[in-house]
Ligand binder design. Structure first.
Ligand SMILES: [Zn+2]
Length: 104
């Protein structure tokens, strides 16, 4: 079964269709589009820098899963949350900006 999404704009319920828009400078905007009112909802914007951080966070996560020493696990966990916060801070304003641009 496909996941359903409710449009935050008109309330239409439909299956999620993920769209991707590639822009200059390696920016990729991920969004869903409502088939009823065409409203677009941006859920992610990545830049080469953000994708690099995402790669690192995946590697930290898999190291954490394999870590046997508590000290190492703690260090990796701290790094994981630092990276997560950095990605969030970088992405948030880009998502807001892209949301505005796509719904003009
Ligand atoms: Zn809609």
């Amino acid at each position: 079964m496909k996941p359903l999404s409710t449009c935050e704009h008109c309330g239409d319920v439909h299956t999620i269709v993920l769209q991707e828009q590639r822009r200059r400078n390696g920016v990729v905007v991920g969004y869903t589009q409502c088939p009823a009112c065409q409203h677009r909802a941006v859920f992610s914007v990545t830049t080469p820098q953000i994708r690099e951080l995402q790669k690192r966070i995946r590697s930290v996560k898999s190291q954490y899963d394999k870590a046997k020493r508590l000290k190492k696990a703690e260090r990796l966990l701290t790094e994981y949350f630092n990276l997560k916060e950095r990605i969030g801070l970088l992405m948030q304003p880009l998502v807001e900006q892209a949301n505005e641009e796509l719904n003009q």
